[in-house]
Design a protein around this ligand. Structure first.
Ligand code: PHE
Length: 448
């Protein structure tokens, strides 16, 4: 077998994993969930869940991945201890591959919209108003074309492999993302109305705290850290043995939650600046507009009202959204592609082409039956499947895998791990506390 590719350095891994984690979930999902769930109250619950629940689950994925040095399906079957757990491993791994692919199928549609609005800003700058108008009118052809374009970008990077594709592009794009984000915040916070937005974002409004808040926060944390579907597992499998997993995992969690928080400093004030400019920001039932209308109606209305600079601000904003989407979508595609290259004779290029085309077909189907399928696929994958898969991965690490194996894997790159608080708490924590908490939140949210 040819030697397996790896990330070239610790920074390469952090860029790639943070790139996967930081996506539409952070820049769009987190701020709007916060705004509609009582502001800072949600931020607090989110941070607690990110560190107490998502981080341990992330560690489970990284450890399995680096130990098995394989995609999620092969890895889970590999650590099985008997026929039943081998079957279970295959089932969970296969389910993960399917969910990752389905997440990409809707993500590519949304990311296509980001490219459309980015194209609109460019077309306006060039004076091509007709093209600009077409790019922002919701139509089947436009949706198909831009979704297809986005899939091609994703496939082009994945076809290049780990170091030359994922790592190279994440390392280039993530610093750009940060710079654009900070520049936009700097601009928006000087506009009138921004203060009110900051208040809504940062002061807890306990009357808005609903019982589903915790489920929302958990779903958001799992989605944001790309958990459950084997993304982090496969990224972990490309990590060198000399790296300390608990430290890298903590760095990724911190960066992900940090960027989500910072993105809130942009989006929520921007919504209130838009209100100052006359945009409607609440729907008929008095809730803040948070869905696609926010990104594709409220904010564009704001950019338009800003005059000349508005086009540049719009351009920067949609470049930001496109970068965030791309570094996440590549990590989704890597899940089925790594599975195919390791379980069949297909080369990386062949696997990328075939799987990319298949996902393109699923996205086309969703676009054809948009009303019926779009939200359904999102709910089935992110609300229901991701936490359940996360739970099953914790069960694998906690119950099926032996504690000695865990210690052995963690000691690589961290020889003193057995003396750290991490080792004292984490193993029993993923074994008992995480599954119970995930299950309880899930059941309470679904029934309640
Ligand atoms: N974490 C990404 C985001 O926040 C989404 C994602 C989910 C990426 C699952 C990979 C796997 O947008």
């Amino acid at each position: 077998m040819a030697s397996r590719e790896q990330f070239s350095s610790k920074t390469g891994f952090i860029m790639a994993a943070a790139g996967s984690a930081i996506g539409l979930g952070n820049i769009w999902g987190f701020p709007t969930q916060t705004a509609s769930n009582g502001g800072a109250a949600f931020v607090l619950v989110y941070f607690i869940l990110a560190f107490c629940l998502a981080y341990p689950a992330l560690m489970a994925e990284l450890i399995i991945g680096r130990h098995a040095r394989a995609n999620v399906f092969t890895a889970l079957r590999g650590i099985a201890t008997g026929p039943f757990t081998r079957f279970l491993g295959g089932f969970v791994g296969g389910y993960g591959v399917l969910v990752a692919s389905l997440i990409l199928s809707f993500y590519a549609i949304v990311a296509g919209w980001m490219l459309a609005y980015l194209g609109e800003a460019i077309a306006r700058l060039l004076g091509m108003d007709q093209l600009a108008g077409w790019l922002i009118s919701f139509g089947f052809e436009r949706n198909m074309l831009l979704m297809g374009l986005f899939m091609m970008l994703t496939m082009a990077i994945i076809a290049k492999g780990i170091e030359g594709g994922i790592e190279k592009w994440s390392t280039r794009l993530m610093p750009m993302l940060l710079i654009i984000l900070i520049a936009l915040i700097g601009y928006v916070l000087t506009q009138s109305g921004a203060q009110e937005g900051l208040r809504v974002y940062l002061l807890p409004d306990l009357s808005q705290v609903r019982p589903v808040l915790i489920l929302d926060a958990m779903g958001q944390a799992f989605f944001s850290l790309s958990l459950g579907v084997g993304t982090m597992l496969v990224y972990g499998s490309y990590l060198d043995e000399k790296e300390s997993l608990p430290k890298l995992g903590a760095a990724v969690t911190l960066v992900d939650a940090g960027i989500a928080f910072i993105a809130g400093l942009l989006i929520i004030p921007a919504i209130y600046v838009a209100k100052e400019h006359g945009a409607t920001i609440f729907n008929d039932s008095g809730e803040l507009i948070a869905g696609p209308d926010l990104i594709f109606q409220v904010l564009p209305a704001l950019f338009n009202s800003m005059g000349e600079v508005g086009v540049l601000v719009a351009l920067a904003f949609f470049v930001l959204m496109s970068i965030a989407s791309l570094t996440s979508s590549i990590s989704m595609l890597e899940v089925p592609v790594s599975f195919a290259t390791e379980e069949t004779k297909a080369s990386r290029k062949q696997a990328t082409l075939i799987i990319g085309l298949l996902i393109f077909c699923v996205s086309s189907l969703i676009l054809s039956y948009f009303e019926q399928l779009f939200s359904l696929v999102i709910d089935l994958t992110t609300v229901y499947s991701q936490p359940l898969l996360g739970l099953l991965l914790c069960v694998f690490v906690g119950w099926i895998w032996h504690r000695d194996n865990l210690l052995q894997e963690l000691s690589k790159g961290h020889p003193t791990i057995s003396e750290t608080w991490f080792w004292k708490i984490w193993p029993s924590y993923v074994k008992i506390f995480c599954p119970i908490l995930i299950l309880a939140t899930f059941v309470q949210g679904v029934i309640g």
